[in-house]
Design a protein around this ligand. Structure first.
Ligand code: PXP
Length: 253
């Protein structure tokens, strides 16, 4: 089970002052020393956090795979084809959003998406599609030639937090339903032979509740690790998350 560490927030702090620190490239080294299996950065159209320079330097210096999170635009595809990151995760992007809000709309009429997958794959990049845990989306992702999907765990994570804050049966039920959706989606991925990644809203407190998912290979986690790193340092924060992955699944709240 692999841990991808998303370091966008390091760049967010730097950009708050338009300065040169903290440097995500240095952060990536610490994450790597803490046991990260890959580093994820989202180069956004508006460059609000990660900059082109960061992606270039990470690609040159990382000893572990770089996972480039990106929108399906001509600009991003050209950058990815030039830099050839080991992994790319295709996501929807809206300028106004605080973070990626939902999965890609994969509905069968996705010629551009299919072309992007083919182009990136031809450059040696393993492509994943960030999608909701929905059977139709998974089947379309497979048909489009994606070898990997990253299931959006945000709805489950929100329901989990509600169940924790207000442990009434309705909240528990909603959380169980979201977990069931993820379990069913994971089973379909396994049937189709898709590699399974998950990401969004995963924290130190909830991560072990998803480790039982059938065929799960990689978790991509950002906010919770960086939040913990503010207190204990990034290398320690990554080590602490890796320890939970090693501890294995636990029963739901
Ligand atoms: N995976 C994808 C595709 C994302 O967009 C994000 C958020 O940048 C993450 C994983 C990490 O989510 P979080 O910061 O909530 O851990």
């Amino acid at each position: 089970m692999k841990l991808g560490v998303n370091i966008d927030h390091i760049a967010t702090v730097r950009q708050a002052r338009q300065t040169c620190e903290p440097d995500p490239v240095r952060a990536a080294v610490l994450a790597e020393l803490g046991g990260a299996d890959s580093i994820t950065v989202h180069l956004r159209e508006d460059r609000r956090h990660i900059q082109d320079r960061d992606v270039r330097l990470l690609r040159e210096t990382l000893q572990i795979p770089l996972n480039l999170e990106m929108a399906v635009t001509a600009e991003m595809i050209a950058i990815a084809c030039e830099l050839r990151p080991q992994q790319a995760c295709l996501v929807p992007e809206r300028r106004q959003e605080l973070t990626t809000e939902g999965g890609l709309k994969v509905d069968g009429d996705n010629a551009l998406l299919g072309q992007a997958i083919a182009q990136l794959s031809a450059h040696g990049t393993q492509v994943s599609l960030f999608i909701d845990p929905d059977e139709t989306a998974i089947r379309h992702a497979h048909a489009l030639g994606a070898g990997t999907v990253e299931l959006h765990t945000g709805s489950w994570a929100n329901a989990w937090l509600q169940a924790l804050r207000d442990p009434g049966s309705a909240q528990r039920h909603a959380c169980n339903q979201e977990r069931l959706r993820l379990e069913q989606a994971a089973a379909i991925c396994a049937q189709l032979g898709l590699r399974l990644h998950i990401g969004h809203g995963i924290t130190y407190r909830n991560v072990r509740e998803l480790l039982h998912l059938n065929g799960l290979q990689e978790l991509n986690i950002g906010h919770s690790i960086i939040a913990h790193a503010v207190m204990v340092g990034l290398q320690q924060a990554v080590q602490d998350m890796k320890a939970l992955l090693h501890a294995g699944p636990c029963s739901p709240i």
